[in-house]
Design a protein around this ligand. Structure first.
Ligand SMILES: Cc1cc2nc3c(=O)[nH]c(=O)nc-3n(C[C@H](O)[C@H](O)[C@H](O)COP(=O)(O)O)c2cc1C
Length: 193
């Protein structure tokens, strides 16, 4: 085994990437401030064409998660006026599925060399960095979007600018249950020229 390798013989960083899966259920234990700062630092080390730092992070913990939960329930009520209390409560509870939630958004700008899509992709890369760093700390992660990510009232409640796009609601916490590992199909998706 080479130095820095784990029992599988793979480098621990590669092993983390290969074993990543979404967390389905989180324990209540909050993510610490030091952990969050490390994760955000990992996020902003992502590749960034033009060094535009298009990412923005909004951290919700404890009671502040209800801000988002209430906004999501209100968005549902607007879309489906017949939704009953049980449905609305279930919608609001989605913000509480993990003790810590980082809303990752993108602010893109007109740039002569960096098209908007590259700025969004950089934010996706930042989320992936954050994810792998979180799993390396023993934390679980879930990346959600859904219609609320594109809802202007939800964005306003979070204090986001009208031109800011939510790229992910990133749930973080101690994992209780995780999803299965997906098959890694490179064959049908790769052309070897
Ligand atoms: C941009 C983006 C948006 C996503 N939005 C959702 C979502 O709204 N709900 C959800 O359950 N998962 C969402 N996911 C997570 C994927 O569904 C998840 O990664 C996929 O089911 C594979 O599971 P795994 O992460 O365990 O491999 C999203 C992932 C990405 C990259």
């Amino acid at each position: 085994m080479s130095s820095g390798s784990s029992q599988s013989g793979l480098h621990p960083a590669i092993e983390k990437i290969l074993s990543r899966s979404s967390t389905k259920k989180f324990a209540d234990t909050p993510v610490t401030r030091a952990q969050l700062e490390l994760l955000l630092t990992a996020a902003v080390r992502a590749p960034d064409h033009g060094l535009l730092a298009p990412w923005r992070f909004t951290v919700l913990e404890g009671d502040s998660r209800t801000l988002l939960g209430d906004a999501m329930a209100a968005a549902l009520r607007e879309k489906s006026p017949d939704a009953d209390r049980e449905l609305l409560d279930r919608e609001a509870s989605k913000a509480m599925r993990s003790p810590t939630l980082v809303v990752v958004s993108a602010v893109s700008q007109a740039h002569p060399k960096v098209p908007e899509i590259e700025q969004w992709v950089a934010v996706g890369a930042a989320i992936q960095n954050l994810w792998i760093a979180a799993e390396s700390l023993g934390l679980g992660v879930a990346w959600k979007t859904g219609s609320h990510a594109y809802n202007s009232s939800v964005k306003k409640t979070l204090g986001l600018a009208p031109n800011e796009c939510i790229i992910g609601f990133i749930h973080l916490g101690t994992p209780v249950t995780k999803g299965p590992l997906r098959t890694a199909d490179i064959e049908s998706r790769t052309r070897w020229l």
